[in-house]
Ligand binder design. Structure first.
Ligand code: SAH
Length: 259
């Protein structure tokens, strides 16, 4: 197969598709999609609007297992075709790219990763919230409640709650009651603001806002069961009394002299 390879063939690209809005893919990701011969996309979450007008042969990975995915990638790559593996949001979060990259490395197929806008960032944008508020919280935790995929016990929501940092909780909306009870047990006060963003950046996006005491009932009332980000953050509350040093008139830094 070696000799059939296109001289200019690039590596296999894992590309972040972004959270839904087709304009939220990077320029590089979009260019690679349009020049690809083969695109294997995560059909359960990738907005197929991104695939309109591209010339590539398409494979939906929703019905494929790891072996089938690797088989398509290696067959197509070996026949000289340009392959893109399209993942939702950013590929480094809950996309199972680790196992795909290891298999490709084992069989000697080169690959690169192009980042994307995670749904955590799209949800924060929808909420118009700052997740790192000066003097309030300077840490963001990306996590999930254990489901069919277990979570190491040390990383339970109860344990992660201790610093009361901002949290972006993936893959957990169907377990909202457990999420709430773990966070309360871990020490967040019941009035801690919580927001749920369903299908952030899609036309059907919905936002539910409450606090740890109220969010469970609000989510059930709205009937939100999947594709939602839970954001827990003191930054969702009143931010009026906090301001950054970065833009403070008395604060000097490399680019600006303070008063
Ligand atoms: N790699 C993806 C996450 C994949 S895991 C990323 O960076 O966004 C799938 C989970 O991501 C869903 O269960 C949901 O919690 C979240 N998610 C994906 N797309 C979303 C969207 N548009 N709005 C809200 N949550 C989303």
């Amino acid at each position: 197969m070696e000799n059939k390879k296109n001289q200019r063939q690039g590596p296999v690209y894992f590309v972040g598709a972004g959270p839904g809005d087709p304009e939220l893919i990077t320029l590089k990701g979009s260019r690679l999609l349009h020049s690809a011969d083969v695109v294997i996309y995560a059909g359960s979450l990738v907005n197929t609007a991104l695939l309109h007008g591209i010339r590539a042969e398409l494979f939906d990975s929703a019905g494929m297992d790891l072996e089938a995915i690797i088989d398509v990638i290696s067959t197509e790559y070996s026949s000289g075709r340009q392959v893109v593996r399209l993942h939702t949001g950013d590929p480094c979060l809950y996309g199972a790219i680790g196992e795909q990259m290891r298999r490709l490395a084992q069989i000697g197929i080169p690959f690169e990763v192009v980042p994307g806008v995670s749904s955590a960032m799209a949800a924060a944008a929808a909420l118009k919230v700052e997740l790192t508020v000066p003097e309030v919280t300077q840490t963001v935790i990306f996590t999930r409640q254990a489901g069919r995929t277990p979570v190491p016990p040390a990383e339970s929501l109860k344990n992660l709650a201790a610093p009361q940092a901002s949290m972006c909780i993936f893959l957990s909306i169907s377990a909202i009651d457990t999420v709430v009870s773990e966070l309360l047990a871990g020490g967040y006060p019941p009035d801690t603001p919580v927001a749920v963003v369903e299908k952030a950046s899609w036309p059907e996006e919905r936002i539910i806002q409450g606090n740890l005491d109220t969010i469970g009932a609000l989510v059930k009332e709205a009937g939100i069961r999947k594709t939602a980000m839970i954001i827990v953050s003191k930054g969702l509350g009143n931010q009026d009394n906090t301001r950054s040093r970065l833009y403070h008139k008395n604060f000097s830094h490399e680019y600006r002299k303070g008063a």
